[in-house]
Design a protein around this ligand. Structure first.
Ligand SMILES: [Zn+2]
Length: 122
């Protein structure tokens, strides 16, 4: 099991949240695959949305921001910024020449939007 630590910023304030028992669904996944999945989950995936980020903040911080609705759900949106992300202490947001965004997206089968516009490679 791994520990994911994310730092989220909302209205000028930073909140650190932890997932202590994160595991890759594929137990044979190597370190790079694990890093890619965590990065994806917190950017393009479910944890990229305010509703989940508000919930994570509320678990660990008494002064959590945002209002939940009657059913306890937080609104979706992109008002909470991800400013830090580590997997077992490794910084996943640090610039890494071997794992640029294009590679990361390609690794999970997505094409960056700008390649769909054509001519990017020329
Ligand atoms: Zn949402």
């Amino acid at each position: 099991m791994s520990e994911v630590v994310a730092t989220l910023e909302y209205q000028g304030k930073q909140y650190t949240v932890h997932k202590h028992d994160w595991t890759h669904p594929d137990e044979d996944a190597d370190e790079q695959e694990q890093e890619r999945l965590v990065w994806w989950m917190w950017t393009e995936g479910n944890y990229g949305c305010d509703c989940n980020r508000f919930a994570f903040i509320s678990y660990e911080h008494d002064d959590w921001p945002g209002e939940s609705d009657e059913s306890g759900k937080f609104p979706c949106g992109e008002t909470i910024t991800l400013v830090g992300l580590t997997l077992d202490g490794k910084d996943l947001l640090a610039p890494d020449p071997e794992m640029q965004m294009r590679e990361r997206l390609a690794a999970i089968g997505l094409k960056p939007a700008w390649t769909l516009l054509g001519d990017f490679e020329r």
